[in-house]
Design a protein around this ligand. Structure first.
Ligand code: ATP
Length: 269
């Protein structure tokens, strides 16, 4: 059962050309995660310590996992993903032990990149809900901090985390020597939406589709939602037994995704 909480990929099949927009953020992540693995001598030569932990924050579906996987691919590093919320909700009583195993595994499979998704589930500021879970969650976080403190920045294990609630994070996690590099992953602007739509329709047969107009119509959409738009537009064409996807299919797909309760919830909270 523990396998589920840790996903291991010896070199994820994601490259930078599958990511639309985010050029600056990708460069920042490469400097902080990839170059310390692939060109450690530069850091030594210049005399600068790479950051210890890199935290990506932004709305769900904006490409945080995608960037982490692409960097692992580029660095030819093992990618080990652990979900903070699964860790505390599915494995009650085992959190601290799992964190220990995570770091052991990362050292065994080095060079490697640890990616802790939804880290806020493990390291939120103490809520006063008084649930019995919180002492256990606290223990899990203490273990994570201990692992990070005893960890060499110049080694061949890099650590990343992601959250969409950076405001909720326990400041202990953000101290120097912990997640000391914080990178915001924003919603895509129009140009980025255009490239994300192009990426996800790359293998589709399109007929007179105006991507620029579609990008204009999809303000506030995340990368994940733009991917859904492409998939949904494709399904519309399939249903009509058409041989190509037309502009109107995309427009219908945008309407459908826009009224999805998940989108609404995100847009109004
Ligand atoms: P979560 O917080 O929900 O884990 P996330 O930010 O990690 O979200 P991803 O898992 O990286 O989001 O994105 C989900 C999917 O959406 C990706 O697999 C990809 O297909 C698509 N996607 C998201 N952002 C982009 C982007 N910038 N370019 C291309 N595709 C994207």
């Amino acid at each position: 059962a523990r396998i589920r909480v840790m996903e291991l990929d010896s070199s994820p099949d994601v490259s930078f050309d599958q990511i639309g927009g985010l050029a600056e953020q990708i460069e920042e992540v490469r400097e902080a995660v990839e170059y310390p693995l692939t060109r450690p001598e530069i850091f030594l030569q210049v005399g600068v310590e790479p950051p210890k932990g890199i935290l990506l924050h932004g709305s769900p579906g904006t490409g945080k996992t995608l960037i982490a996987k692409a960097v692992a691919h580029e660095a030819k590093a093992t990618f080990i993903r652990m979900s903070g919320s699964e860790l505390v909700h599915k494995f009650i009583g085992e959190g601290a032990q799992l964190v220990r195993e995570l770091f052991t595994l990362a050292r065994e499979r080095a060079p490697s990149i640890i990616f802790i998704d939804e880290i806020d589930a493990v390291g939120s500021i103490r809520t006063n809900d008084g649930t019995s879970g919180s002492a256990e969650v606290q223990r899990t976080m203490m273990q994570l901090l201990a692992e990070m403190d005893g960890f060499n920045n110049r080694g061949d294990v890099r650590i990343m985390a992601a959250t969409n609630r950076v405001d909720m994070l326990d400041p202990a996690l953000l101290r120097p020597g912990r997640f000391d590099r914080v990178i915001e992953i924003p919603l895509p602007d129009k140009g980025s939406r255009r490239s994300i739509l192009s990426i996800h329709s790359r293998n589709m047969t399109l007929s007179n589709v105006d991507i620029d107009l579609l990008a204009e119509m999809t303000e506030t959409f995340t990368g994940a939602e733009l991917q859904s738009v492409c998939r949904e537009a494709g399904m519309m064409a399939v249903r009509k037994k058409a041989s190509a996807i037309e502009q109107q299919d995309f427009i219908a797909a945008i309407r459908k995704i826009r009224t999805d309760p998940a989108t609404d919830e995100r847009m109004f909270t």
